[in-house]
Ligand binder design. Structure first.
Ligand code: GLA
Length: 748
């Protein structure tokens, strides 16, 4: 997987090669990242802009009159030695604040099954992998930089990480240490980022890169709803992906200069710096890096596969998730033993497998209670165990909501320990939702939380926990330390508590959450089996969130629920079958008052649940492809061997489709096979159609035998449009925001 010949390092994954060399001056020069190279050939084939003299651009030395660092490709260079781009490292050393560094090759080693470089970071398993540790040294300061590259025999994802070691006698202040620098010999890419806000997280945005700097960052204290730590660069032929294994502030950038593109990903240097005393070292979070010349879907599939195999907690990583009922949107704070038992009866009757008690079990409203984690005795006079016993007796798993990183001023904890609230001395801390951050940089706070949460989960027999986090960071202060390290240390505190609870409860199904999906990242996925996708449960609004999330994260990790229509966040009226069709692609559940369902709704939901169970392995564990992201939106999830797939066909704007011949294209089908194409029989509730056919009714069965070549090429034609008055069995969708699920099965 990793070899070194004639100063060229070659990293081979099953389908890609990453190449760099040590230059005669000792700099790690990037040569190549692309399709697998059987042979390397001469390094001169790859060298970039060698010999080009550009006036004003600094040459490295008098002995190298043609070596201009500003136009080269490097694993790292400088800073302060003529490279005009931002780079992997920046720091100040010694009393004078030296900012010039010249990291040059010192040695390397290759480790098999390497131990974590910093066990406080989310663990990315390295079983079967090889890690190259390349050591560089800035001789005058004796600051060392290790660049780590981990290569797997069965994945095209390469893991990157950086470490700074202070072997000098002076203090080093780290201002920047990216997890990876990826120099690409070309420009002209589009950059894909996944951005938004509360209730519109991870919307995909495609921006053409021009000369200059493009960057996204989070300063929220979490990986954030505003900018996810995932970035993809694409042109017609090639795509590159970086994804940070980190849940706090981060920054990703792509800088185009002199025809090259430099990608950096790591901690956000605007909110982080670190004092490194003599003898100390500092390790960056890890980052995933991938390349494909077969399109963005292949890149997504390989990162999904990597997360499932090497990051997700062991027990649930390949296991189908239960269908859940969450109490929040249906019951809010109106929880009690009696209420939950009534809801649990109705939930079990529908065939739902997990009942989740959300916020409200320990407090009457959101103005109090965070930090105490004791069930409200008025609501639960017999304690929570009586309720979990009831839920278990109904044949369901039981789940509970917590928000451990927070404190309310109206809490016993605040009265006893006001100093546990994060606050900058001399200032009043700023609230959000009546709550403040608990200081997770203090080990005693982690111990205290563990001592409360361990019996809450263990003694009451909870099988599932929803771990929420409902505000951004402000008022930073690191007690007894250097405050620019606060957010990094706070994120490590979150991991510490999560790791301790996971170790104690390895079978627990843990769902992450942060006001919806504000902490959806590969770092959290080392502890959370799934993460609530968004507080926006309107399936129409969920489409861009599902699409965006699918670029970097497996379907099984994406929490998605059917909720009341009209929708509570958007007020939109659409139909429950589209709510199902969209949310089925994920870790599926319901979030509404199940005791208030009409008989018809009960029948429809029971049908949905039965269908979901039948195809759950595809919806959760299938290989996802985004087939069309416009109008219509088409997604497929297919089996490992490609013999079965479920396809979502959704039309955001039905007027536009009147100009098109609608088709079903499934590029993963094999050209030499025949396929049976059927649809899920869904309920038609459109008022006009119901008026004609005497009320809600099941759509007609639909079945066609179709050549794979037609499905993967031109596409099978569908009835073009529903005009509001009629439809046929092959109707592609039912009205505006309408959808269908097609089932594709290879004929044996
Ligand atoms: C956050 C979560 C919701 C719900 C509420 C409860 O907003 O995202 O799903 O748990 O908190 O207060």
């Amino acid at each position: 997987m990793i070899s070194c010949h004639s100063d060229i390092f070659k990293l081979d994954t099953p389908h890609t090669t990453y190449l760099f060399r040590i230059s005669p001056q000792g700099h790690p020069e990037h040569l190549y990242y692309g399709p697998g190279l059987p042979e390397t050939g001469d390094a001169a084939n790859y060298l970039f802009n060698r010999g080009q003299r550009i006036p004003t651009i600094v040459k490295y030395s008098e002995e190298t009159p043609t070596l201009s660092p500003a136009t080269g490709l490097y694993e790292v260079f400088g800073p302060g030695k003529g490279d005009l781009r931002e780079g992997l490292f920046r720091g100040e050393w010694g009393p004078g604040g030296n900012t010039v560094f010249d990291f040059r090759y010192e040695g390397y080693r290759i480790e098999a099954n390497a131990a974590p470089a910093d066990p406080r970071l989310p663990e990315v398993r390295k079983n079967g992998a090889e890690t190259l540790v390349l050591t560089l040294c800035d001789a005058p300061t004796q600051i060392r930089l290790d660049l780590l590259y981990t290569v797997y025999p069965d994945s095209d994802i390469i893991l990157r990480q950086s470490r700074v070691r202070n072997d000098s006698r002076e203090m080093l202040t780290i201002r920047e240490l990216a997890s990876l620098q990826l120099d690409i010999a070309n420009s002209g890419f589009d950059v894909l980022t996944f951005d938004g806000a509360w209730i519109r997280e991870r919307h995909p945005h495609r921006t053409p890169l021009q000369t200059g700097m493009f960057s996204i960052a989070s300063a929220a204290g979490t990986s954030s709803a505003e900018h996810n730590p995932l970035m993809i660069l694409s042109n017609q032929e090639e795509s590159y992906l970086v994804s940070l294994v980190w849940s706090g502030d981060h920054r990703e950038s792509a800088e185009v200069l002199y025809g090259t593109t430099r990608v950096l990903a790591g901690l956000n240097s605007a909110t982080f710096s670190r004092h490194l005393f003599p003898g100390e070292s500092f390790v960056s979070p890890e980052a995933l890096m991938g390349y494909s010349d077969k399109g963005e879907n292949i890149l997504s599939q390989s990162v999904h596969d990597f997360i499932s195999r090497y990051i997700s907690p062991e027990v649930w990583r390949e296991k189908e998730r239960p269908i859940l009922l969450n109490s929040w949107e249906g019951m809010g704070f109106n929880l009690s033993e009696e209420q939950i038992c009534r809801q649990a009866d109705a939930t079990a009757e529908l065939g739902i497998e997990l009942f989740v008690i959300d916020d409200g079990w320990f407090r009457p409203n959101d103005a109090c209670g965070l930090g105490d984690w004791e069930a409200d005795p008025l609501k639960f006079p017999n304690g929570l165990k009586a309720v979990t016993d009831y839920i278990h007796a109904k044949g369901m798993l039981a789940g509970i909501w917590i928000e451990p990183e927070m404190i309310s001023t109206h809490s016993k904890l605040f009265v006893a320990h006001p100093e546990y609230r994060v606050q900058c001395p001399g200032r009043e801390p700023s609230p959000e939702r009546n709550q403040y951050l608990l200081d997770l940089t203090r080990p005693e706070v982690i111990d205290l939380l563990y001592s409360v949460l361990e019996p809450l989960i263990g003694d009451n027999g909870f099988d599932y926990v929803k771990w929420d986090m409902n505000r951004c960071t402000s008022d930073d202060w690191l007690e007894g330390g250097y405050t620019p390290e606060f957010r990094w240390r706070r994120t490590l505190g979150y991991y510490d508590l999560a790791r301790r609870l996971r170790t104690r409860f390895p079978n627990l199904l843990l769902e992450g959450c942060a006001s919806g999906g504000a902490r959806f990242d590969a770092g959290s996925l080392a502890y959370a089996d799934q993460i609530w996708g968004s507080d926006n449960t309107d399936a129409v609004s969920r489409i861009p969130i599902l699409l965006g999330s699918s670029y970097g994260y497996p379907l099984r990790t994406f929490g998605a629920h059917v909720s009341r229509i009209p929708n509570g966040s958007t007020g939109r009226v659409y139909d429950y079958e589209t709510a199902f069709n969209v949310n089925a692609f994920g870790a599926f559940g319901y979030e509404l008052d199940v005791t208030a369902l009409t008989d018809f709704e009960k029948r429809m939901f029971s049908d949905q649940i039965a269908f979901y169970k039948q195809y759950r392995s595809l919806f959760q564990l299938g290989k996802l492809s985004r087939i069309s992201e416009g109008n219509p939106i088409v997604l497929s999830a297919e089996s490992e061997t490609g013999d079965r797939a479920v396809v979502l066909y959704y039309v955001p704007d039905c007027t536009l489709t009147q100009e098109q011949i609608l088709k079903l294209r499934v590029p993963s089908c094999r050209a030499d096979r025949m396929y049976r194409v059927t649809t899920r029989r869904q309920w038609i509730t459109n008022p006009e159609m119901c008026a004609k056919r005497g009320g809600p009714h099941l759509c007609e069965p639909f079945e066609r035998i179709v050549p794979g070549a037609l499905l993967r090429g031109q596409g099978m034609s569908l009835m073009p449009v529903f005009m509001g008055c009629t439809y046929a069995e092959d109707t592609a969708y039912f009205g505006e925001h309408g959808s269908r699920i097609f089932i594709i099965e290879e004929m044996k």
